[in-house]
Write a protein that binds this ligand. Structure first.
Ligand code: PMP
Length: 428
């Protein structure tokens, strides 16, 4: 029962370990877009950005079990699953991004990209977007504001304004918002260069997650990338949350900012194995050769045959089931319905997103935009009681993050919106 499981957690996990919901649920299984608890109650999953093709997809279960029963080893041996997967994976990326470093978590992928950037440029400083999260290792904690606020900002980390058009200096009504936010980044490059400490890298997410489900304004990345290329600053796209067709209009988040935006490093994880732990950093042959002429990199589990087989089958499923298109169409449908609720419920201050990656921001007052943080948590608890799972995020924890499996249907979107509507209507 849940009592025993909670007691076990208290004994064996750190006190600070996060948990969804004040009254938590003990999950026993999940299938497609639904979780099931001990009592057999079902919950619609609108919060999980890992299970890209739905929970326990039969094709993935079969592929993983078959490969586990055949061969699982490391990349010092040669096996077809790695070759086939790397080919398919890099085919989704712009030409030149051909070399894959297989690792096990998004943190490791970002850690490696940062380490390479510093080694290649012989520089230390890194420019980031404020409020971002890039992982838990020492190196990436140092570029994650939500982490370093607890121990002080490292001297080498340089946050630039979150390009949030709802709260930031340049709003949705400003057609030049992208260029104006970009200028802050370019200014940071130049300020640092003038101090004799030009940055090694610019690290960004193509749609901010912990930063508040913020869609990058059009025209934001292109000028930053042009300036970075001129100044020898390497670019790292953290696609750990947004990659793999979730944004609908493109397979990778950076691609939504136009064809001129081609990063030096792309990092990925989460959805990559649909929950099977795997991650990667992809870069060019040239960068890889400069860093790694004598085997400076090896990961015991990275790129193992089971991970590669699962990753390959996931790409097949996304294609066979038309999931990128579903993310585009049903994602927009979900936001349209939520925008409809905003007309009747003043608590909803903003609805934003791309594909199946949306944010609903709750405010106490639309004029002052004071975050409705407590209310957001209570609404999530109420939604859970009604069998719908979603959770707050953002610097003030007042934003619902909606990142369902890409198999989410219109009926699921209606169930989500109608349940939220009822709760906002009847009070919580
Ligand atoms: N980058 C981003 C954008 C993330 O959201 C996360 C995880 N929340 C990470 C990196 C770190 O990934 P992991 O937890 O797999 O190490």
């Amino acid at each position: 029962g849940i009592g025993k499981a909670l007691e076990g957690r208290r004994t064996h996990l750190p006190d600070s370990h996060p948990m969804y919901f004040k009254r938590p649920i003990s999950m026993v299984r999940a299938r497609d877009c639904r979780f099931y608890d001990e009592e057999g109650r079902s919950y619609l999953d609108a919060l999980n950005n890992v299970t890209l093709v739905g929970h326990s997809h039969p094709r993935l279960v079969e592929t993983a079990s078959r490969q586990l029963g055949r061969l699982n080893t490391n990349t010092r041996f040669v096996y077809d699953t790695l070759t086939e997967y790397a080919e398919r994976l890099t085919a989704t990326l712009p030409d030149g991004l051909d070399v894959v470093y297989f690792v096990n978590s998004g943190s490791e992928a970002n850690d490696l990209a940062l380490r390479m950037s510093r080694y290649l440029t012989k520089r230390d400083d890194v420019v980031i977007i404020d409020d971002a999260y890039h992982g838990y290792t020492s190196v990436v904690s140092d570029v994650s504001p939500s982490r370093y606020k607890h121990y002080g900002k490292p001297d080498t980390t340089h946050p630039t304004p979150n390009p949030d058009r709802y709260r930031g200096a340049y709003g949705y009504d400003d057609p030049d918002a992208g260029a104006k936010y970009a200028q802050h980044v370019i200014d940071a490059f130049d300020r640092l260069a003038a101090e004799g400490r030009a940055p090694a890298a610019y690290l960004f997410e193509a749609l901010l997650a912990g930063g508040g489900q913020v869609v990058l304004p059009p025209g934001y990345l292109a000028p930053i990338f042009a300036a970075a290329a001129e100044r020898g600053v390497l670019t790292i796209a953290d696609e750990v949350q947004v990659g793999f067709a979730r944004l609908g209009e493109a397979f990778w988040g950076f691609q939504t900012q136009g064809p001129d935006v081609v990063p030096d490093f792309v990092t990925m994880g989460k959805a990559m194995g649909n929950g099977f732990p795997m991650a990667a950093m992809v870069t060019t042959r040239e960068i890889s050769r400069a860093f790694d002429p004598t085997g400076r990199f090896f990961s015991t589990y990275g790129g193992n045959p089971v991970a590669c087989a699962v990753g390959l089958e996931l790409l097949n499923i996304v294609e066979d089931e038309g999931l990128q298109h579903n993310a585009l169409v049903v994602g927009q449908y979900l936001r349209d319905r939520l925008a409809g609720l905003a007309e009747r419920h003043p608590l909803i201050g903003d609805v934003r997103g791309q594909g199946f990656y949306s944010g609903v921001e709750f405010v106490l007052d639309r004029a002052t935009k004071e975050p409705a943080s407590d209310e957001t948590l209570i609404i999530c608890e109420r939604l859970k009681d009604e069998g719908v799972l979603v959770y707050p995020t953002g610097p003030a924890w007042n934003i619902l993050k909606l990142k369902p499996p890409l198999t989410f249907t219109r009926a699921d979107a209606d169930e989500f919106t109608d349940t939220l509507d009822d709760i906002l209507e009847t009070g919580w």
